[in-house]
Design a protein around this ligand. Structure first.
Ligand code: HEM
Length: 304
């Protein structure tokens, strides 16, 4: 079965699991399996799932929440206070969690966060790191973001927006992100700047994948390996097909197959009147034994 078919199957299974089990999926499916599933599910689908399930606030509600927060002074919490009184168990004062040092009232999402809910481990603390690692152990649920790859920081942005627009902001947590006076720490500024860089990289990657979409590919012992272009390859719907080229982007460690526009003016730079699209990019190489204008190239011949 081709790689694309397997990914599609895993995507379908995970969406069905999520649909039927809701947030209980975290108690049913082991964490390492969830992480595996996550690597197959496109980030847009994950974001949709979480956002869709949690029903983000409407713009009017967001303004309302910001106004409410302005009216009452933000409270400064200690970690002990948040943990002791705000996990939503019997006799507690509420159901709160902190994300990047900001404390939110998550009682509107109590099915997820109250004791026994699929995400109860986030309640009463700042487990920011766990949101991108999927490590929901006590050690993994921390506000210290050491040891993360730079590219993982982009994952925080969605959660930041999610909590700010879905739940009521209550105050700040004294910890790695806010000091005892409620002032942002150097660690917070550092994290914010890493988030911004990761978002910029992601934006560039998306633009690049539109310009040079991935090729379709299939491989089997009997048929060998083949790459080809279509007007939907790489998940990029377009009005052109293009031809497969080995693309080695500047700074990239690996070359990949890209569908390259072969007619019309180039996407960037001057149109020299050649009408050959992006074929003249210095980062493109033709596949051996493949006609330069063929939309399909055999990269490994079938075993005879
Ligand atoms: C790093 C991995 C993950 C993290 C940090 C995470 C975190 C969360 C959080 C915090 C919520 C509650 C949102 C709210 O309503 O306030 C949630 C809800 C949910 N998550 Fe995840 N999740 C992860 C992976 C997954 C995966 C892999 C699936 C399924 C394939 C999944 C399925 C769901 C579903 C169905 C809900 C809705 C729960 C409900 O409101 O009933 N999650 N997730």
């Amino acid at each position: 079965m081709s790689c694309m078919k397997i990914s599609f199957l895993v995507l379908l299974i995970s969406l069905s699991l999520g649909y039927f089990y809701g947030d209980k999926i975290h108690s049913i499916v082991p964490r390492h399996v969830l992480k595996e599933i996550e690597s197959f599910v496109p980030s847009e689908v994950m974001a949709w799932w979480h956002g869709h399930q949690a029903k983000p606030a409407t713009p009017e509600k967001i303004t309302e929440k910001v106004d409410q927060a302005k009216k009452s002074e933000p409270h400064l919490f200690t970690k002990e206070e948040l943990w002791k009184y705000y996990r939503g168990d019997k006799g507690s004062k509420g159901l709160y969690l902190a994300f990047m040092g900001k404390v939110y009232d998550v009682s509107a999402g109590k099915t997820s966060y109250q004791p026994g809910g699929g995400y109860d481990f986030f309640a009463g603390r700042d487990g920011t790191k766990g949101f991108v690692t999927g490590d929901f152990s006590d050690e993994g649920l921390t506000d210290v973001l050491d040891g993360l790859d730079e590219n993982m920081f982009g994952g925080f942005k969605e959660w930041q927006t999610f909590y700010a627009t879905t739940y009521k902001f209550i105050g700040f947590l004294i910890g790695n992100f806010y000091d005892k006076n409620g002032q942002p720490t150097a660690a917070l500024k550092n994290a914010e700047s890493k988030i911004k860089s990761a978002m910029d990289v992601e934006k560039k990657r998306k633009e690049e994948s539109k310009k040079y979409p991935m090729c379709n590919s299939e491989s089997s012992a009997a048929k060998g390996s083949r790459v080809w272009c279509s007007n939907r390859s790489g998940g990029v719907e377009r009005d052109w097909v293009g031809v497969p080229r080995l693309y080695h982007a500047p700074g990239a460690t690996h070359a990949r197959c890209a569908c390259v526009r072969n007619t019309g003016p180039p996407t960037e730079g001057k149109d020299m009147g050649k009408n050959t699209g992006d074929l003249n990019s210095p980062y493109m190489k033709e596949y051996k034994n493949c006609k330069p204008d063929s939309p399909s190239c055999v990269t490994v011949p079938p075993r005879s």
